[in-house]
Design a protein around this ligand. Structure first.
Ligand SMILES: Nc1ncnc2c1ncn2[C@@H]1O[C@H](COP(=O)(O)OP(=O)(O)OP(=O)(O)O)[C@@H](O)[C@H]1O
Ligand SMILES: [Mg+2]
Length: 257
């Protein structure tokens, strides 16, 4: 079975329903206010320097990137090539020293941190390799908190359960992260990143510590978001991630190659 077909099959298993028809995908995009191919995230000439004493690291040297609705892009490159630095700038968790980041046309870079946080909470889902969950909150509480932080009116209570069901964790609504296996924690982190149905999902090595079966499950869930017209960008060393992506941005020494 080809890799794409395998991902499709995994998506069906994880959702328990058939793959999306083109009409359903189009309606998903409309519901998100996006049209197919519309640029949702644009980064122009990003530069990021780190200085420690006399040492200067040029982590990003003029990286540009455009991510459209319905695209799944992988960022690859050797360790230290700038993948995490790029994702942090795209998420507004860090601010580039030069260049701009725009999300749905609105500038995210070079704004005060509270404004970046506000935009991020509404538009961007962030998923890291680990550390996505807080030990003292249940999965349902994580999702409710993310929605409150984004200033969203509380949706139906059942929507929390539906979101958890979409990542195969329907019965874990009241579970604390400490009770989850590695694979469950990865899927729970993804559900939390998707709590506000973001236009863009940015993931930094989300499958780095997972076994192959769980990695394929996560990739199928990311593919499902993409097919619903969201934009997905994943930084990873994993060949399975680059194989699943529609396009690969290769970095070396902070430059796109
Ligand atoms: N806060 C920081 N202070 C100083 N140097 C940093 C900082 N963050 C990143 N760097 C440096 O910037 C360069 C790019 O780091 P980055 O973490 O983006 O690489 P990466 O491609 O994500 O690597 P990996 O595959 O190991 O995760 C590296 O040389 C790193 O040491
Ligand atoms: Mg990294």
């Amino acid at each position: 079975m080809a890799h794409g077909e395998r991902l499709g099959a995994m998506a069906e298993v994880s959702r328990g329903e058939p793959a999306l028809s083109r009409r359903e995908a189009e309606s998903g995009r409309r519901e998100a206010g996006l049209s197919q191919g519309e640029p949702v995230l644009e980064a122009r000439s990003l530069y990021r320097f780190f200085r420690a004493g006399d040492e200067e690291t040029l982590a990003l040297q003029g990286v540009s990137l455009s991510l459209s609705a319905g695209e799944f892009v992988a960022v690859s490159g050797p360790s230290g090539s700038g993948k995490s630095t790029l994702l942090a700038c795209l998420a507004g968790l860090d601010d580039p020293d030069g260049g701009t980041v725009r999300i749905l046309g609105e500038r995210l870079s070079h704004r005060p941190e509270p404004e970046r946080a506000r935009l991020r909470s509404r538009r961007i889902g962030v998923l890291m390799q680990t550390g996505n969950l807080l030990a003292h909150l249940t999965l349902a509480q994580h999702i409710v908190l993310c929605r409150r932080l984004a200033g969203r009116p509380q949706r139906r209570r059942s929507s929390v359960k539906e979101l958890l069901a979409s990542v195969g964790l329907a019965d874990h609504e009241h579970a604390y992260p400490g009770r989850l296996s590695g694979g469950e924690a990865a899927r729970a982190g993804l559900a939390v990143a998707l709590a506000n149905d973001p236009a863009v999902l940015l993931a930094d090595e989300p499958t780095g510590e997972l076994d192959t079966a769980t990695e394929l499950q996560i990739l199928a869930l990311l593919e499902e978001r993409r097919s619903r017209g969201r934009a997905v960008l994943v930084a990873s060393h994993s060949p399975a991630v680059t194989a699943a992506a529609g396009r690969v941005l290769k970095l070396r020494d902070g430059k796109a190659i």
